[in-house]
Design a protein. Structure first.
Length: 524
């Protein structure tokens, strides 16, 4: 959190206090919003996926938990610059006509889309940043708020390019702000803002919406103050982007709220229609619609329970993510009801499955042994087979290093037994799919085998050589405890072995052979 914000917040608290009555008065202000989302920027901008969706969700959230009436929320998807100007002018005109003293008013302008140092990109048109700022400042509303999540291009995580202070002409601290004016931007000067394919939203807007839904209510008074919303959104945006290649993103917050207590930005107005989730344990709570494959609708990072989330009534799926464990399960949220979520009765995700479920774990190591009955090269009879493996589980793939030994025998027509031993070393990769405690996987492996052929006859010398080996693998792991599992694995290997017959004729022998095995392993 920046130093200026901390000092300003302390000054407000000392001057006016932090009382529920002040919050209640704020929530009865006449509230208006202009929400703008534009996936398409300038011709050279890579289209965004979620800017328009973010705008729609922001409009819905403001109506649900922030005291904005549906008729006072204008959502524009991919508008022209002229339409933005006209919509803001009409909104300001309505405020001037509809809100009379002593009732107070608030206007919030939200933009998500592309931008550069001079203007916001609305398709082939540009809306100068100074113009949007001045139109917001000049609103007749008592409190004017401008939230900007402006972006440029990228691939899976699209890089958003807002430069909110110098390039975008954000007012410097010495300029000050008009009374009742707030700017909340998605990134600090020189940083990129980003959107996430996993969240199907920008990081900034996702965490801001979660903050408004109650995740930021750190003092438990049932309302989300402006300072709480900033602190939560900033902290979670920094944490979410810390491991992203585009770099860490630090939201910025500047305001002038002279003579006011900390503004209550959100609280459920109609508690009879809203559903209340009380999150009563530490961890990162992620709430999905339509099961765990659905859309993320809320998130709360709880360090001091309880924490509150206010959502529309309906079925949800909740994950509680901790460093070494994930609990997950369905939650039915009824209108007007409080559902206490502790994780009791939820399914527990085992250790090796954590990273594939999105926990803070970035990698998991494993090792184990398999035993079985297999066949070595050159059509020898089946014999004992053993292998040891070391694995590295990453989020999208599992890497394997396998060492094995297989032995077989053959009876020569001329008499005497021949023993063939094969020592192998293979590396490979598998894709793992989790089904409760069972993990099914398949992949490819390649390596070499050291083959030694021994003869029963005393006058025959042993023959040895290296042989390339490649093939596919199928595997099933069943978790027995938090760290240990039972494993069944089958490899189908292909190799080509040079041969020489009794007439000294050289050739090659292609083997396709299965190597089944079962055993135990552990993860850490």
């Amino acid at each position: 959190m920046n130093r200026g914000f901390v000092l300003a917040a302390c000054a407000m608290a000392l001057a006016m206090g932090h009382s529920p009555s002040a919050h209640a008065q704020d929530l009865h202000e006449a509230r208006y919003a202009l929400i703008i989302g534009a996936n398409q920027g300038a011709p050279n901008d890579v289209p965004l996926r979620y800017a328009a969706r973010d705008a729609v969700r922001m409009g819905q959230t403001l109506q649900a938990v922030a005291g904005f009436l549906p008729e006072n929320v204008v959502v524009l998807e991919q508008p022209s610059a002229a339409r933005v100007r006209d919509s803001l002018r009409r909104l300001n005109h309505r405020i001037r006509l509809e809100v009379q003293a002593p009732r107070r008013s608030l206007v919030l302008v939200f933009f998500s889309g592309h931008g550069d140092k001079e203007a916001l990109h609305l398709g082939r048109e540009r809306l100068p940043w100074d113009e949007l700022r001045e139109s917001t400042v000049s609103s007749p509303a008592d409190v004017r708020m401008l939230f900007v999540d402006a972006c440029r291009s990228g691939v899976t995580t699209r890089v958003k390019g807002i430069k909110p202070i110098t390039p975008f002409a954000m007012p410097a601290e010495e300029e000050g702000f008009p009374e009742g004016f707030v700017i909340f931007s998605s990134a600090a000067e020189g940083e990129d803002a980003q959107e996430s394919d996993t969240l199907e939203a920008s990081f900034f807007t996702h965490h801001l919406i979660s903050a408004l839904q109650g995740a930021a209510d750190t003092n438990g008074d049932g309302r989300v103050a402006l300072s709480e919303a900033y602190a939560y959104t900033s902290e979670r945006t920094v944490a979410s982007t810390a491991g992203v290649g585009a770099g860490v993103q630090h939201p910025t917050y500047s305001y002038g709220l002279k003579g006011r207590a900390d503004l209550a930005l959100a609280a459920p107005i109609d508690r009879a229609q809203a559903s209340h989730l009380l999150l009563d344990r530490t961890g990162r709570f992620v709430v999905f619609t339509k099961g765990k494959e659905g859309t993320v609708v809320a998130e709360a990072h709880v360090t001091k329970p309880p924490r509150h989330l206010w959502l529309a009534a309906g079925p949800y799926f909740v994950q509680i993510r901790e460093a070494r464990e994930i609990r997950e399960g369905p939650v039915q949220a009824a209108a007007g009801a409080t559902v206490v979520v502790t994780g009791q009765g939820f399914a527990r995700i085992r250790h090796a499955q954590l990273l594939r479920k999105g926990s803070e774990v970035s990698r998991v190591y494993g090792m184990g042994v398999h035993g079985g009955w297999g066949r070595p090269l050159l059509d020898y009879e089946w014999g004992p087979h053993a292998r040891a493996f070391f694995s590295l589980d990453l989020r999208s793939v599992t890497m394997d290093l396998v060492g094995s030994y297989t032995q077989g025998q053959a009876v020569e027509p001329a008499g005497g037994d021949t023993t063939l031993g094969e020592t192998g070393l293979r590396i490979g990769a598998r894709k793992v799919f989790d089904f409760g405690p069972v993990a099914l996987s398949g992949g490819l492996r390649a390596g070499v085998g050291w083959v030694k052929q021994s003869f029963a006859a005393d006058n025959e010398q042993a023959r040895q050589r290296w042989v390339p080996v490649a093939g596919m693998v199928l595997r099933a792991d069943v978790m027995a405890t938090q760290h240990c599992f039972v494993s069944i694995e089958g490899e189908l290997l292909v190799s080509s072995t040079p041969t020489i017959d009794s007439a000294n004729t050289r050739g090659s022998h292609v083997d396709v052979r299965p190597l089944p095995g079962a055993g135990l392993g552990c993860h850490w």
